[in-house]
Design a protein around this ligand. Structure first.
Ligand SMILES: Nc1ncnc2c1ncn2[C@@H]1O[C@H](COP(=O)(O)OP(=O)(O)OP(=O)(O)O)[C@@H](O)[C@H]1O
Length: 352
């Protein structure tokens, strides 16, 4: 569901900002500190209820005591207001009970910092990216994921306190094994698409493979692992094995991508993965996300930028991308909205 218009109030350096969005390409242009990431983060907050790993209190503009982000979507209006610890989300005037619902109202694929460099990031970064794709491709995944999280929280609370009767592990085991199966099934679909996209860009660097480590000892059932590690888990006060410890490894010709690719190549590989996630949604006729790209040009040469925007253009998605100068925008996609920012304000808005 593309954004049609956006209103931001008191987010980071932005006092108030209104923009009319293009259905496809929206370029945020400005020097360092101009407020480009602040616009992208405001959209991210509206679509997820969460900030970009910052302390939520620092998102609010200094000297203001609440912030607001709202958007017109086709036939709908979505608004999120936060004052201190209180957050209110309204969809067509009705209060939303849970921020989870935002994920389906305004699907977003956010590419920023660790999310953009997730191939070289932490296992948690890669799990988050992996789960994002499965959430949108597999309708039941979100439910299983939440059930697992709840069961794991109960188990960990018991491990920490040591009081009362141990909760049954059945819930953790059943949902944990199911998460692993769904992740594997999803990767089987994504892998050929990633390989095709990667080879289209890299040419000679073929032989890409993805490997999912379940998060518990290979060859053992999750239940057996939990039983085996029970004493250790009690000593440490948390559960060592399960899909919350899974990892996704990228290999090129049998070697860890991290060891043989350059920073720029690692970013392209990550982007190929993110493009493949959207491609399989498109093939399945599912709603496509709006793509938020912070620091579009970082570590990419002109040919990598051209490759990326061409692939995004083929997908037909709405994009918001930040660049420090208009010259970084590839000619093929220089159409759309150009929003020039300085000191948190929109200085010039042009549309073609
Ligand atoms: N809570 C806040 N209140 C006021 N200003 C803030 C707040 N948080 C951050 N800022 C300021 O907002 C400005 C814009 O930051 P932002 O990250 O949006 O810039 P940017 O245009 O993305 O820059 P870059 O190209 O360097 O990434 C910075 O000068 C920052 O110090």
């Amino acid at each position: 569901m593309p954004l049609e218009a956006l209103h931001i109030q008191s987010v980071r350096c932005i006092k108030t900002l209104d923009l009319k969005a293009d259905q496809r390409w929206n370029w945020l242009i400005g020097a360092n500190g101009a407020g480009k990431s602040s616009v992208l983060e405001a959209i991210h907050i509206l679509g997820t209820g969460q900030t970009w790993r910052r302390n939520p209190r620092h998102v609010q503009r200094e000297d203001d005591n609440e912030y607001l982000v709202s958007a017109h979507l086709p036939d709908h209006f979505l608004a999120l207001r936060r004052r201190g610890e209180t957050r209110e989300i309204r969809y067509d005037g009705e209060s939303l009970a849970s921020a989870w619902m935002l994920l389906d109202i305004l699907p977003l694929q956010s590419l920023h910092d660790d999310n953009s460099h997730f191939v070289a990031g932490t296992a948690e970064d890669r799990r988050r990216v992996l789960d994002w794709g499965i959430y949108y491709a597999d309708h039941y995944y979100g439910t299983v994921f939440r059930q697992y999280r709840r069961a794991l929280q109960q188990r960990n609370a018991w491990l920490k306190s040591g009081y009362g009767q141990q909760p049954w592990d059945d819930g953790v085991i059943a949902t944990g094994e199911e998460i692993q199966q769904r992740r594997q099934a999803h990767l089987a679909t994504v892998q050929p698409e990633v390989a095709t996209l990667w080879e289209r860009w890299s040419g000679s660097l073929s032989g890409l493979s993805l490997h999912l480590h379940s998060g518990w000892k290979e060859g053992l059932a999750l239940g057996d692992c939990l039983l085996r590690d029970q004493e250790q888990d009690r000593e440490m006060g948390y559960t060592h094995s399960g899909p919350h410890r899974a990892n996704l490894a990228f290999r090129v010709r049998g070697k860890a991508a991290l060891d043989i690719l350059s920073r720029g190549q690692l970013r392209v590989l990550g982007l190929a993965y993110r493009l493949a996630q959207v491609k399989i949604l498109k093939q399945a006729g599912l709603p496509l996300p709006t793509i938020l790209i912070d620091d579009f040009a970082a570590e990419l040469d002109a040919s990598a930028r051209d490759w990326w925007v061409k692939e995004l253009d083929l997908l037909g998605v709405q994009v918001f991308a930040a660049v420090t100068a208009a010259g970084q925008i590839p000619a093929a996609v220089s159409r759309g909205g150009h929003f020039c920012l300085a000191a948190g304000q929109l200085e010039k808005e042009t549309a073609s």
